[in-house]
Design a protein around this ligand. Structure first.
Ligand SMILES: [Zn+2]
Length: 190
């Protein structure tokens, strides 16, 4: 790399340089180039902008601030709207018919939800005769336990006694006849 010396500032610079990087002058002749005029020629200054253009330019340069201000303004508008609606609803009377609170909160009176699920199809072969299915399910040769039989008979006796008592109260029996036949003791299964 050959070196040359700038005439204007006497710095060592590259020989191929057209302009001295230190002083900006021509290294051979030492005369300076008017860069201001060149710059002015290349980048022409803008014409005087109007006030609206100035505002737009300001907004373009500071987009963050503009977005922030827009968000704040939108929030204030929404808050004011909400305040207005709240104040209006505080004392305004609805013109529609009143709706009971249970229509909204009570789910048990909704027919669709309390509807029982349909019975799934069962693959038992009882051909529509439920008796067949019952004998199919109940164990053959099963014996009712004696205490269960005794309880059933006691319940039946009580029911019969209540029935006769009600009948006697409605139609009193003539005197001299027994109110009801004596109850026989239940036959114990062997
Ligand atoms: Zn120079």
């Amino acid at each position: 790399m050959s070196e040359a010396v700038c005439v204007a500032c006497s710095h060592k610079i590259d020989a191929a340089a057209r302009v001295c990087p230190y002083c900006g002058a021509n290294p051979q002749t030492g005369e300076k180039i008017d860069t201001e005029a060149l710059l002015r020629e290349t980048f022409q200054p803008r014409a005087e902008q109007s006030r609206a253009e100035g505002v737009l330019e300001f907004a373009r340069q500071r987009q963050g601030i503009v977005v922030l201000v827009g968000v704040v303004v939108a929030f204030l508008i929404l808050a004011a709207l909400h305040q207005f609606v709240t104040a209006r609803n505080a004392n305004a009377v609805a013109s529609g018919p009143a709706v009971p609170l249970t229509d909204i909160t009570d789910l048990s009176n909704q027919a669709v939800q309390v509807q029982p699920q349909p019975m799934p199809k069962l693959d038992f072969q009882y051909d529509g005769n439920s008796k067949t299915m019952r004998t199919f399910i109940v164990e053959s040769g099963a014996v009712t336990p004696p205490e269960v039989i005794a309880a059933q008979q006691a319940a039946a006796r009580q029911a019969a006694a209540q029935k006769t008592a009600v009948a006697n109260a409605a139609h009193p029996a003539p005197a001299g006849t027994p109110a009801q036949p004596p109850i026989r003791p239940p036959a114990r299964p062997r």
